[in-house]
Structures are given as structure tokens and as C-alpha cells.
Design a protein around this ligand. Structure first.
Ligand code: SFD
Ligand code: AMP
Length: 613
């Protein structure tokens, strides 16, 4: 080819292909090897698994641990907690399944060398809160990755996966995936009998609060490009809870998480007048959401809601009183380590702004929305549940299989089960892998890979942004302005502007309505058409181009789901101004969507919520 990139595809064959070597992907590789000693297990990863995904920078807590060996919690307790936090709506079979297995995952992490805080007198893990344990977690990901590296037959790194491949005889069965090696520009074709998608949730769907040189600064990492959704949606997998986007309370400017401060250090947040608004605003909250206002603990979205009301009423800024709790050198060290382990930028922000947390409170703010399935929200695929727990309409095959034959998901990819966090995502990877190996034992035939002609056609599509750039570059009119192609960054800003202004971003205080959502859809439809004209000057931009494509699919699903759900179920995450109340009678159910690539049409419907306790 004219720019010297290799033209012959590289074929990689696998029994099981795992897309994304993050927490869930590493768990999947580890468990697949246990059940499938003879199998060829391949991980495809766009970065290097030692420092990839949301845990790249490390973490300071493991947020999902029952502590069953000490009788601290039972899976039933966790199911009730998650149901409550999600305003009554959760795939309880999936949640229970994670809860009953997650402790064994955390024990493995400790065995592999992860330092977990221990109480010297009891020998128990030190709790941050009821569900969380504290870790010295800067090297959390390298420790977890080592287990995956030992388990997998091959880890194909620096390959961004762009599309799933269907079986050429059966469009509802998966046959592999394709991607681009971002180091040498080679086209990579994976042929597999079963696939697990664990390619993460998304930041940068909505315009971030940070602008200019801080543009990449978000809480969920900028490299979380919604590929889990961008791969599953266009392939026709059924999705749920895509409207359930996450807004998190964070330390302003540095996005430092608040859990350790609220739960372990017992710091309080007040408005600028020093009032504890979670108490003073309770009567007003009861009027809006009824009994959900008195649920304990208060659901995450409602805590956000109260903070937002305070700020809107001019009572901000909201202050986290670090200065009231850092009264010993040990607590001060813990406060700093919390950030140095997982959000270094927050420690840098303190240093840069001259904030000494022992003497000065820090501002809290609500983040821009993220789309993910593993934190206090649960966007993702509708998946088959475990045999012993799933109600009949929640089960059609193997555990964590999507509505596509042989296609599984884990972590941010799977919908309906929130609060997995890092440990639960790894656990769900293990569960999906066990399901996938059982599937492989029952389906020994290899799916038919698409015809070589189609493989070549896809190659043309994948590299088209490079060709668009080469053809159009001489017509640049000024800087980055050109008539022939759209740069990935311009496309991203266009996406974020639409989502922010019409779909409930920070620009409207998370407010939207039917007219605004329809306007968002018009813009997204135009943007989707323009994606065929993306231009990339090099392989780096080519990856950004495909990340943008995945983000646009994710965004469209968010908008369509938000439009369909005619209520405000999660105030504090987003508001349907035209349906401001929680409406249990009509909407205590999942919104589900399926995209049909043959007709380019979306079908939306509802799925029943079925409590298992
Ligand atoms: O406090 C492709 N999370 C926390 N979890 C905890 O347990 N404790 C905490 O303290 C947590 N906090 C926290 C957390 C995250 C972040 C960013 C911060 C703080 C600052 C959440 C967890 O990290 C999260 O729930 C899990 O990591 C989710 O797991 P998973 O596997 O679904 O996603 P991943 O780990 O990001 O991995 C995805 C992988 O896919 C790769 N990838 N590969 C090939 N092709 C493509 N197209 C791809 N797209 C993505 C990625 O590179 C990655 O390896 S606190 O704030 O709550
Ligand atoms: P965060 O650091 O905000 O991501 O939160 C870490 C964990 O603590 C998550 O499990 C949160 O749901 C939980 N958490 C954070 N703040 C609070 C709070 N004020 N009350 C109860 N749980 C909280």
C-alpha cells in the first residue's frame, strides 16, 4: 500500500477470544484456562494489559467484597443493597451470582501479592465501608495481569478491535472479530468459536467539565471508549439500562473519589454555609421520590440530587471537610495515599492549588455522565443468567451469554448488575468464561468465517480514515478545517456538544425532555452518516477514529433508551423534565433495545423486573 502499511491480514485462531484485557478480561482468561486446559485462549487488547483499562493507574479500595468467611455479609444482603441503590431495578440473579463468588476472587488477588489492609488484632481486612476493603493498590493491575498472562495461550496487544464477525451461515452466531494493530498498521482477523466482550464502558460521551489542556481529564479514563457497547450494539445484541448513565460526586478539578472520605474517614460534606444538606433537604426529597428517600443507605443518585439542588439554589460550593478528620499523621497519610494509588491528578491538584487537606476543605462537584455497567449504574447487554437462579425468561443458554450465539460479556459489557467494581468485574469474567467453555464443549464445530471478499471489504472500511486523509489533505483550508474529512477530535467534540446540550449533560444540569432527545437523535444521525468521512493522519488517529465510532453507537443507545423511559427513575443521574416523577406502576422494568444492521432500525421494548428474594 502507498503509505507502507502491511496489506496482508494477520489471522489469529482461537477457541475462545476475549476482547479487552481489563479486570473482566483478565478474570475470563484465568478461569477459561481452569475449565479449558486444552483450549486456545486468546486475549485481544488495545493497550498492554499490565496498565490497561480503568485500573491502569491503580486503585485504593476493592469496592465489592462480602466477607462471608467472617460472617460480615451474605449475598442476599448485597442483592438488597444493589436493588436499593438502583431505585428498585436490578438483575438480581446476576448480582447474587457475583456476590456468592466475589470473595474467592479477592482471596486470589491477595495470594498473588496484592497488599490488602489488615486489622492486626482481628486479622480481618480493614473495611472502608460495608462492601469495600482498603488496598495498597498502585500495582493492582500488573498483579492481576500476571495471572492472565500465565493463563492465556496468546495475548495480542496494541490491537484495537473494531467489529465482531458473524458466522456466514448464521448471522446470529459470532465467528470472531477484526481489528488494527496500532503499532504496525496490520489488519488482524480473529477467528473464534466463542467470544467474550470485556472492552469497557465510556467516558467522553458527554462533554467533560474540563476544557482546554485539561480536556482528557475525566474520572473514568479517556481511553474507556465504550467499545463494549460499540461492538455489541451494531452486531444486534440486545441491550438494557443504557439510559442508566453514571454521574459521580468527585473532588473538583482532580476527580478524586469520595468513598474513603465519607465511609472510612467519616468526613462530612456541607454547603458553603456549613449546613448538612442531606438532612435539611429530606422532606423535599420525600415529596419527589416517596419511600426511596428513606432507603438506607441513600441511593447514590439521590445523594447527587440533593447536592445538585444545593448548588442550583446558590448554596455552593459543596465542601468536603477533610480538615475535620485528618487529625493524626496516619489519617493524613491515608488521605494522600487514597489519591496517589488511584487518582494521582487529585494529589497534584492539591499541590498545584496550595490546598493542605489538614487545614482546608476541598470542593466537591458532580461529574459529567459516564456510560458503564460496573459502578453505581448498570448499562450493558441483556445476558442469560445462572441456571440455579435465573427466572425462566432471564435464561436461554449459558451464563452471561448475550442474545447472540457464542457471544458472551463481562464487566462493563453486561447490563442490570451494578456495583461489581474491579473485583466483581473480574469475577464476572470468570463466570462468563466458565459459561463460554461449557458452550465450547457443546458446540465443537467451527463457525464459518465470512467470505474472503467480505473480509477484504471490511479491511477497506477499517483503513478508510487513512485513505480519506491522504486524498483530502491537500485541500485543507486552514489548520484543521477541510471540506473532505472529519478529524476524530472534531467528531468527538460534536458528539459531546449534542449529548451535553440535549441528552442531559452538565450544561443543562442533567435535564432533558422529549423534544431535546429528538433533537439529539437528529444530530447523531447526521454524525453517524459523517463517520464514513473520518480522516486519520496516522495510526494513532485511526484508533481515535474507531473509538469515536464506538462512542457514537453508545450515545445513540443512551438517547433512545432515555426517550423510551417516560419517568425520572434516577434523579441525580438525569431528569426527564416532562416526566419528573418515579413511576413504579409503569416503569419498574428494564428498557431494552435491539439494533438491526440489515434494516438500520432500532426496536425498543421493556423486560420485566423479577426479584429473586
Ligand atoms: O473509588 C479494548 N473503579 C473502582 N473499582 C474498585 O473496586 N475500587 C475502586 O476504588 C474503584 N474506583 C475507581 C474505579 C475506576 C476508576 C477509573 C477510578 C476509580 C479512577 C471501577 C473499576 O475499575 C471498574 O469497575 C472495572 O475496571 C471494570 O472492569 P472492565 O473489565 O469492564 O473494564 P476495564 O478494566 O476498563 O477493561 C477494559 C479493557 O478493554 C480494553 N479495550 N481492547 C481491544 N479493542 C478495543 N476496542 C478495546 N476497548 C477497550 C481496555 O484497554 C481495557 O484493558 S472508585 O472511583 O469507585
Ligand atoms: P466512590 O469513591 O465515590 O467511587 O465510592 C466508593 C464506594 O463507596 C462505592 O461503593 C460507593 O457507592 C460508596 N459510597 C461513596 N460515598 C458514599 C456515601 N456517602 N454513602 C454510602 N456509600 C458511599
Amino acid at each position: 500500500m502507498e503509505d507502507g502499511r502491511p496489506s496482508a491480514p494477520r489471522f489469529v485462531d482461537a477457541d475462545l477470544l476475549i476482547i479487552g484485557g481489563g479486570m473482566a478480561g483478565c478474570g475470563a482468561a484465568y478461569e477459561a484456562r481452569y475449565w479449558g486446559r486444552d483450549l486456545r485462549i486468546v486475549v485481544a487488547e488495545k493497550a498492554a494489559i499490565e496498565r490497561s483499562g480503568a485500573v491502569a493507574q491503580g486503585l485504593s479500595a476493592i469496592n465489592c467484597y462480602m466477607g462471608m468467611r467472617w460472617g460480615e455479609n451474605q449475598p442476599e444482603d448485597f442483592v438488597r443493597y444493589v436493588r436499593n441503590d438502583l431505585m428498585g431495578l436490578s438483575r438480581e440473579d446476576l448480582v447474587f451470582d457475583i456476590a456468592r463468588h466475589v470473595d474467592s476472587t479477592v482471596h486470589l488477588f491477595e495470594e498473588w501479592g496484592l497488599p490488602i489492609f489488615k486489622d492486626p488484632t482481628t486479622g480481618r481486612y480493614v473495611r472502608e465501608g460495608r462492601w469495600q476493603v482498603m488496598i495498597h493498590g498502585e500495582s493492582y493491575k500488573p498483579i492481576v495481569a500476571e495471572a492472565a498472562r500465565k493463563a492465556a495461550t496468546e495475548i495480542v496487544e496494541h490491537v484495537v478491535v473494531t467489529h465482531l464477525l458473524p458466522d456466514s451461515r448464521d448471522a446470529r452466531r459470532v465467528a470472531g472479530a477484526v481489528g488494527i494493530d496500532v503499532r504496525d498498521g496490520r489488519y488482524v482477523v480473529f477467528r473464534a468459536k466463542a467470544v467474550i466482550v470485556s472492552a469497557a464502558g465510556a467516558s467522553h460521551i458527554f462533554r467533560p467539565r474540563s476544557a482546554g489542556e485539561g480536556y482528557g481529564r475525566t474520572w473514568y479514563p479517556p481511553w474507556a471508549s465504550g467499545s463494549a457497547y460499540g461492538l455489541l450494539i451494531p452486531f444486534g445484541a440486545e441491550m438494557i439500562q443504557m439510559e442508566n448513565r453514571l454521574v459521580v460526586t468527585r473532588f473538583k478539578d482532580g476527580y478524586g473519589p469520595v468513598g474513603a472520605w465519607f465511609l472510612l474517614l467519616k468526613a462530612v460534606a456541607t454547603n458553603a454555609r456549613g449546613e448538612e444538606f442531606e438532612k435539611t433537604r429530606l422532606p423535599e426529597l420525600r415529596e419527589r421520590v416517596g419511600a426511596y428517600a428513606d432507603a438506607k443507605p441513600m441511593p447514590t443518585c439521590l445523594r447527587n440530587h440533593l447536592m445538585l439542588q444545593e448548588i442550583r439554589d446558590g448554596h455552593g460550593p459543596i465542601l468536603m471537610h477533610t480538615e475535620r478528620v485528618l487529625d493524626t499523621p496516619e489519617k493524613e497519610a491515608l488521605g494522600w495515599e487514597d489519591f496517589l494509588n488511584m487518582t494521582v491528578g487529585q494529589a497534584v491538584t492539591w499541590a498545584a492549588q496550595g490546598i493542605d487537606p489538614r487545614t482546608t476543605p476541598s470542593e466537591l462537584i458532580l461529574s459529567e455522565p459516564y456510560v458503564m455497567g460496573s459502578h453505581a449504574v448498570c448499562a450493558g447487554a441483556w445476558a442469560s443468567g445462572p441456571a440455579d437462579l435465573a427466572p425462566p425468561d432471564y435464561r436461554w443458554g449459558y451464563n452471561r451469554m448475550t442474545t447472540i450465539q457464542g457471544l458472551f460479556g463481562a464487566g462493563d459489557a453486561i447490563g442490570g448488575s451494578a456495583h461489581k467494581f474491579s473485583s466483581g468485574s473480574f469475577t464476572e469474567g470468570r463466570l462468563a468464561a466458565k459459561g463460554a467453555v461449557a458452550y465450547l464443549r457443546d458446540h465443537t464445530d467451527r463457525p464459518a468465517t465470512p467470505h474472503p471478499h467480505r473480509i477484504a471489504e471490511l479491511q477497506g472500511e477499517l483503513f478508510r480514515p487513512l485513505d480519506n486523509f491522504q486524498r483530502g489533505r491537500s485541500r485543507i483550508t486552514a489548520g484543521s478545517v477541510h471540506p473532505d474529512y472529519l478529524q476524530p477530535m472534531s467528531g468527538l467534540q460534536r458528539l459531546e456538544k449534542t449529548m451535553d446540550e440535549y441528552a442531559g449533560g452538565v450544561g443543562t444540569d442533567y435535564m432533558t425532555n422529549e423534544t431535546m432527545l429528538n433533537r439529539a437523535l437528529e444530530n447523531l444521525t447526521a454524525l453517524r452518516a459523517d463517520l464514513a468521512r473520518l480522516g486519520a493522519s496516522d495510526l494513532h488517529e485511526l484508533q481515535r477514529a474507531w473509538e469515536l465510532v464506538h462512542r457514537v453507537w453508545t450515545a445513540e443507545a443512551v438517547v433512545r433508551h432515555t426517550l423510551y423511559r417516560k419517568e425520572t427513575r434516577w434523579p441525580g443521574y438525569y431528569y426527564r423534565a416532562d416526566y419528573p416523577k418515579v413511576d413504579d406502576e409503569h416503569w419498574r422494568c428494564f428498557v431494552s433495545s435491539v439494533y438491526d444492521r440489515h434494516t438500520d432500525a432500532w426496536t425498543l421494548s421493556t423486560r420485566a423486573y423479577r426479584p429473586i428474594l
